[in-house]
Write a protein of this length. Structure first.
Length: 394
């Protein structure tokens, strides 16, 4: 019977004309916005052209190796004396599209630029040193490959100590996406359940339904149906956002991983939904009119807003502080604090597992409380009931 009620709720909410229109508009806006923004965000940087003249041709392999090591967009093109024209001097005018001209001798080349380009200057300088070192080692009978390997390994081991004080925008954005989407979906789900409970109560439909099903079964079916509907709504928003992030290459730019982001959202949506929405459905039965819903749900809304603001302001400033660590294990705070701390990489696997375990233990308790309140208040057609009175009657 619970599954039948859930199916009814799911079909009624999901295939409602207004919901289909809003979902379609959301998908079109997100995907359309990504398609429009792509040309403006993906403008490729032109490669710098360096013409290498007579006497410096032997530097080209070293120049290319240095550019590759720096991941620099620099192309080195050999030119002969005829193409180069007059002997370069300080009055030389570079051809259009040419960043620099490099001429010999290879051991002490001369680089001509119109503007100081640190990247090209550094590549030319290091390439000349590499060539001289290579030749010197060869003349002395040394193994250049071994020396190059030794030089490559001669780097310091760097350890960052203390608080760097740097703000990682990519991590913050990843956490914000999860918690804001979670908050929006939970608010929407809670509103749908509360409106449904009060609507059935005010129209006396619930009296007919309770003639055949138990109050706990009716509430459970409504919560399950709205939960499935909310998952569809979340997918309607999350999938287009993931596409936009992939299409615009935001995951690479912001150093984000889509897999952990989605996993964080799914896990904490399910737990957050069970913690918040079941309780919302139970206390919604305390009133009999739509206009009275705010009186009983305002405290719950405030309870949801507090962890949201803490995750936005507390976690980025003190992600592993005592207050943050303790609140992470509080069931009403965990759905927001854990994803944000995970985005910043400051929560251990043990803390995450403990938070999930505490939530799983808390959910049956909250469900039992909400069921008793719902059963004790759902048939009351008078004024607003008090929580204690409804709980006692249930």
């Amino acid at each position: 019977m619970m599954w039948l009620i859930a199916q009814r709720e799911f079909r009624t909410r999901t295939f409602a004309k207004a919901n289909l229109i809003v979902s379609a508009i959301t998908i079109v806006l997100v995907i359309g916005g990504a398609l429009i923004a792509k040309p403006f965000l993906s403008e490729e940087e032109d490669a710098k052209l360096v013409e290498v003249g007579p006497g410096a041709e032997t530097l080209i392999p070293y120049l290319e190796a240095e550019a590759q090591a720096r991941n620099a967009l620099v192309v080195f093109e050999p030119v002969n004396a005829t193409d180069l024209g007059e002997t370069p001097d300080e009055d030389l005018e570079l051809p259009d599209g040419t960043t620099a001209i490099l001429v010999g001798p290879a051991a002490q080349p001369v680089l001509y630029l119109e503007d100081a380009d640190e990247e090209v200057m550094s590549i030319a300088s290091d390439a000349s040193r590499d060539m001289v070192l290579d030749r010197a080692l060869t003349d002395l009978g040394g193994d250049t490959a071994e020396v190059s390997e030794a030089i490559a390994q001669a780097v310091p081991s760097i350890t960052i100590v203390g608080d760097s004080g740097e703000f990682d925008s990519g991590q913050f954005f990843a956490g914000m996406v999860v918690i804001l989407l979670l908050f929006f979906v939970l608010i929407q789900s809670a509103s749908v359940i509360m409106m449904g409970v009060v609507e059935e109560k005010s129209s006396r439909v619930v009296e007919i339904l309770l003639a055949t099903v138990k109050p706990a079964t009716l509430l459970g079916g409504k919560v399950l149906g709205v939960g499935l509907y909310s998952l569809v709504q979340a997918a309607t928003m999350l999938i287009p956002l993931l596409f936009a992030g992939w299409y615009l290459d935001l995951f690479t730019t912001l150093d984000m991983e889509a897999g952990p982001l989605v996993a964080n959202f799914v896990i904490w949506f399910l737990l957050g939904f069970a913690i918040y929405t079941v309780f919302f459905g139970g206390i919604a039965a305390l009133v009999s009119r739509q206009e009275d819903i705010g009186a009983v749900t305002t405290p719950m809304m405030f309870l949801m807003m507090v962890p949201l603001y803490l995750s936005i302001y507390l976690v980025p400033n003190n992600p592993d502080g005592v207050a943050t660590t303790v609140l992470t294990q509080v069931p009403f705070f965990a759905p927001f604090l854990v994803p944000m701390r995970a985005a910043f990489g400051t929560i251990s696997t043990g803390e995450t597992v403990l938070a999930i375990g505490i939530c799983l233990v808390t959910i049956p308790i909250l469900t039992w409380i909400a069921g008793k309140v719902y059963a004790g208040a759902v048939l009351n057609t008078g004024g607003r009931m008090k929580f204690r009175e409804a709980f006692a009657r249930g």
